[in-house]
Design a protein around this ligand. Structure first.
Ligand code: NAG
Ligand code: NAG
Ligand code: NAG
Ligand code: NAG
Ligand code: NAG
Ligand code: NAG
Ligand code: NAG
Ligand code: NAG
Ligand code: NAG
Ligand code: NAG
Ligand code: NAG
Length: 525
């Protein structure tokens, strides 16, 4: 009974003592750690003193060797040791002493124990991002990136996001004690790339823990890859160059041949892959084939894929295969080469000789058009000229046949004109004569036959021309571009050119006997 009263008294007493003014010391312990609370202001002579510790007014530890506690224990000098601190250990601790002279407990030390926990489990979340093998994250340029950080801390924490990067204007991006701590960057740019750190500070223990994440801003090149070629050091080699510049990190380039569905790859082929902005590939021209496609595909880690390609084409020079000119004049032969890829070297040849710029020949080049001007034509200039075009895939040539008409031919033409006028006049005379004898029925028939005979005149001219060309056209060389077949067309060209004054007058002259014969026939009837 008396014991209970004493306890009650002590409780009341301790209640009075638990006022803020009497708190002598703050002790902060880390959760899970061990701590020792000192019993200060003890009587000078400690040899015969008993101790007990109260927590928030209740006795929690006494000197009782028969009942030792793992968690709370009183050391010989009166200090209270707490091992494995828990949050529930927070409170106001009081040390009490009892001397042998005085059996009452004297309070000597008030200690406010606070427990701090953490920060632990600090975690970062950066979205949307992709993790690389080495743990670094990357995001696409211009994407909106969201950053979030959280940690566990008792009783509270202060979080701070900082960034170390090129911009460096202000490393602090966000700070506060809300959980999680978030911020975002809209349309992220390359200069935002850097080391993002979230630091969490325990507001009680001031312990700081931080966690960092390297963030890269990736972007694919904006344009398409560029496909180029160059002639290699040796003329039999071609260098294909594919470049795709302006991306980060460098893309991977893949160069390969694409065959038409029906064609099956034979022998060595182009096949090269590399992580680079510029891929060079040297090939021997013998492995290249007409109408093949060489394709360069660029892959970027952001998922972008673009390509460029070469369509290989053997040269195909084209132009007018037949040219006629007057002796003494100047003529320009023209040829154009638009098909060839890689681009061709085009030259004019006479027989097997390459024509160079001289007093006689003027060579000119205007884009895909190659012109050969021959000055002061002579009979010797007549013949076959070749527009010879060659690229790594092969060579082809256009044949141009130049016919030179002499001034003597022109003299003949003048005579021809005179003769034709004569014939016309004779025709009129015959006509008038026939008209005067119109009682004869077969007049119309006679004139219709005359028309038919004119047709014969034309075909006669054609066969005549054919002979001329057969004389001047040498055998075709084996390597031609298919224009060889145009020789068949060439035969028809003169009949189209029939309006040409020189030609028509000349032929009219040759036709003279037939026409007069026709006139005679009509008269005979
Ligand atoms: C706390 O004390 C116990 C013994 O009581 C010991 O085993 C343990 O390692 C100590 N812990 C720390 C964190 O010092
Ligand atoms: C402390 O007490 C012991 C006996 O209890 C005594 O022998 C000693 O002299 C005392 N010391 C002081 C400094 O009073
Ligand atoms: C009591 O003993 C402990 C451990 O031996 C020590 O850390 C502490 O400082 C001592 N306290 C006093 C008041 O001497
Ligand atoms: C915090 O981390 C510890 C170990 O590091 C783990 O056991 C615990 O589950 C984590 N807590 C949370 C909420 O993630
Ligand atoms: C991780 O890899 C990327 C690309 O491979 C590189 O740019 C970055 O520097 C690497 N980071 C570290 C920390 O090694
Ligand atoms: C949190 O930390 C930042 C930077 O360390 C500081 O500027 C800020 O005042 C702190 N906030 C609080 C509530 O402690
Ligand atoms: C992060 O913590 C380490 C030590 O753990 C310190 O050296 C570094 O400066 C801290 N970084 C930031 C940004 O607080
Ligand atoms: C290209 O080469 C790679 C290996 O370097 C091979 O796996 C692939 O099948 C080749 N492609 C062709 C079309 O030969
Ligand atoms: C980047 O953008 C491409 C499309 O432009 C997308 O396929 C890819 O998943 C994106 N990557 C990341 C990490 O957002
Ligand atoms: C044209 O010039 C080249 C060298 O420049 C020469 O080899 C060739 O024989 C010349 N052709 C003629 C017809 O002179
Ligand atoms: C044209 O060639 C002839 C014969 O070779 C020559 O007599 C004449 O002077 C030349 N005319 C011109 C304008 O060069």
């Amino acid at each position: 009974m008396t014991l209970a009263a004493v306890v009650l008294y002590l409780l009341l007493l301790s209640h009075q003592t638990v006022s803020e003014e009497q708190v002598q010391l703050y002790v902060i312990g880390e959760k899970g750690e061990n701590t020792t609370l000192q019993c200060l202001h003890q009587p000078v002579n400690m040899s015969s003193v008993l101790y007990q510790w109260k927590k928030d007014g209740a006795v929690v530890a006494t000197h009782n060797p028969s009942n030792p506690s793992e968690h709370l224990s009183i050391l010989n000098n009166g200090s209270l040791r707490i091992s494995g601190l828990l949050y529930i250990d927070e409170g106001l601790y009081t040390c009490e002493c009892q001397t042998k002279k005085d059996s009452s407990w004297q309070s000597h030390s008030n200690i406010q124990l606070k427990i701090a926990g953490g920060p632990t489990n600090i975690s970062l979340d950066i979205r949307p991002a992709t993790r690389l093998k080495n743990g670094t994250l990357f995001v696409n340029k211009s994407s909106d990136v969201y950053f979030s950080c959280s940690s566990e801390s008792y009783p509270s924490q202060n979080l701070t996001w900082t960034v170390e990067n090129l911009a460096q204007d202000n490393p602090d991006r966000a700070s506060g004690n809300t959980l999680p701590l978030e911020f975002s960057i809209s349309k992220i740019q390359p200069q935002d790339q850097g080391m993002y750190t979230c630091a969490s500070q325990n507001t009680l223990s001031m312990t700081t823990v931080n966690k960092s994440q390297e963030l890269l801003v990736y972007y694919a090149p904006e344009r398409h890859p560029e496909c180029r070629w160059e002639v290699g050091n040796e003329p039999s080699h071609v260098l294909f160059i594919c470049t795709w510049i302006g991306g980060y990190p460098v893309p991977s380039l893949h160069l390969q041949e694409v065959y038409e569905k029906s064609v099956i790859a034979k022998g060595p082929t182009i096949n090269s892959s590399q992580e680079t902005e510029r891929l060079e590939y040297r090939v021997n021209r013998h492995i290249l084939h007409d109408k093949e496609e060489v394709k360069c595909t660029g892959h970027h880690v952001t998922g972008v894929e673009k390509y460029c390609s070469f369509d290989l084409h053997i040269p195909y020079p084209s132009g007018d295969p037949l040219v006629t000119a007057l002796e003494g004049s100047t003529i320009t032969l023209s040829c154009s080469e638009t098909d060839a890829f890689p681009s061709a070297k085009t030259v004019w040849k006479k027989m097997n000789d390459v024509i160079n710029n001289t007093m006689k020949y003027i060579l000119s080049e205007n884009g895909p058009t190659y012109k050969l001007t021959i000055i002061n034509l002579t009979k010797e200039d007549a013949g076959v000229y070749y527009c010879y075009s060659e690229n790594p895939l092969g060579a082809r040539e256009l044949e141009v046949i130049l016919t030179v008409k002499t001034s003597a031919d022109n003299g003949g033409a003048v005579v021809g004109v005179f003769v034709s006028i004569l014939i016309m006049m004779m025709g009129i005379v015959v006509g008038v004569t026939v008209y005067s004898k119109r009682d004869k029925i077969c007049i119309g028939l006679g004139f219709s036959r005359l028309d038919d005979d004119r047709g014969d005149i034309l075909s006669l001219v054609d066969s005549d021309e054919e002979e001329i060309f057969n004389d001047s056209v040498p055998q075709l060389p084996p390597l031609t571009n298919g224009h060889a077949t145009t020789l068949v067309e060439i035969h028809r060209i003169p009949s189209i050119d029939h309006d040409d004054t020189a030609d028509s007058t000349e032929h009219t002259g040759q036709a003279h006997p037939d026409q007069t014969e026709a006139a005679h026939q009509s008269e005979d009837c």
